[in-house]
Design a protein around this ligand. Structure first.
Ligand code: FAD
Length: 264
């Protein structure tokens, strides 16, 4: 399998970088081919702008980004930085986003990668979304770190259900473009736990990656559950993406690492 890891952290010795290194090592040992886009190291430009388009524009007098993306895709005239990432993504069977949770979301540099790389024409187009999305057949997964404990991200936690926080990424970016979305891996507040617990996170992540084939994908309703207005049909209970639960993930991690988590 070809794996593309997109890393969004400015510090080469961060815990996010350590998780990325764990993934590279684990996946290569398992026989997979791994490519890494280290966005800060690459000097990735986050802002989608007219600079993304080389050559003649579809309309030079007014910047319609969707139209220009579609035109650049059709004419092969994306800027080199965008084209290179699209080529990596085309080649990937599994996409992993590695990032610290910043303001309940991904860092801006990674959002900018999505804005520019998931371009209209390449990543989506009229009538091509979800099951018919351009990336149907590929898998995607998030590996995140947080500043606070897992309990805060449970459905009754003060920061809110992590599923809701990740919904714009899981659903709006990944499922929307056709990916099968694997359950995320979270290393909770790595800066505030012991070295032993951090090592357990790395071990837990290696184990998560070792189970890639058996991980149950997040659930998203199939087309037939929706009516003509693209709303769930009467009687269909909304349950997209609600299987994953941080406490179960924490229990698995604790079981894997044999440590007793303290009060966080
Ligand atoms: P680091 O601080 O890089 O690492 C933690 C520790 O791990 C360090 O001591 C490091 O030396 C050590 N380490 C590195 N490599 C290894 C290794 N191989 N083995 C063992 N230890 C190692 N948090 C939230 O929960 N929600 C938010 O909305 C949120 N918003 C934020 C917004 C901003 C702008 C910022 C800056 C932070 C925010 N945070 C938030 C906190 C942020 O999520 C955490 O600081 C981050 O996830 C921690 O991960 P890190 O990789 O930066 O950790």
């Amino acid at each position: 399998m070809n794996v593309l890891i997109v890393l969004a952290h400015p510090e080469p010795f961060s815990f996010n970088a350590a998780l990325k290194n764990t993934a590279v090592e684990t996946l290569r040992q398992a026989g997979h081919s791994v490519e890494v886009s280290d966005l800060y190291a690459m000097g990735w430009q986050a802002a989608l702008s007219a600079d993304d388009f080389r050559g003649e524009r579809a309309d030079a007098s007014y910047l319609d980004l969707s139209r220009e993306q579609e035109h650049a895709f059709a004419s092969g005239s994306f800027a080199a930085q965008v084209q290179a990432e699209q080529d990596k993504l085309s080649n990937a069977d599994l996409l992993i986003f590695q990032f610290p949770l910043w303001w309940f979301s991904m860092p801006g540099i990674l959002k900018g990668w999505v804005d520019r790389v998931f371009a209209r024409g390449f990543a989506y187009s009229t009538g091509r979304k979800y099951a018919s999305g351009h990336f149907h057949g590929k898998k995607a997964m998030l590996c995140i770190t947080t500043g606070t404990a897992s309990t805060l991200y449970e459905p009754n936690g003060i920061d809110g259900d992590l599923h809701h926080i990740l919904w714009p990424i899981h659903n709006g970016m990944l499922a929307y473009t056709g990916f099968t979305v694997l359950p995320p891996y979270a290393a909770w507040m790595p800066a505030r736990v012991s070295e032993q617990e951090r090592m357990a996170y790395l071990k837990g992540y290696a184990s998560h990656l070792g189970r890639l084939d058996s991980l149950e994908a997040l659930y998203f309703h199939p087309w037939e559950d929706y009516d003509d207005t693209q709303r769930l049909k009467p009687g269909v209970v909304a349950r997209s993406g609600v299987q994953w639960n941080p406490r179960a993930e924490q229990s698995r991690l604790d079981a894997a690492s044999h440590f007793t988590p303290g009060q966080r």
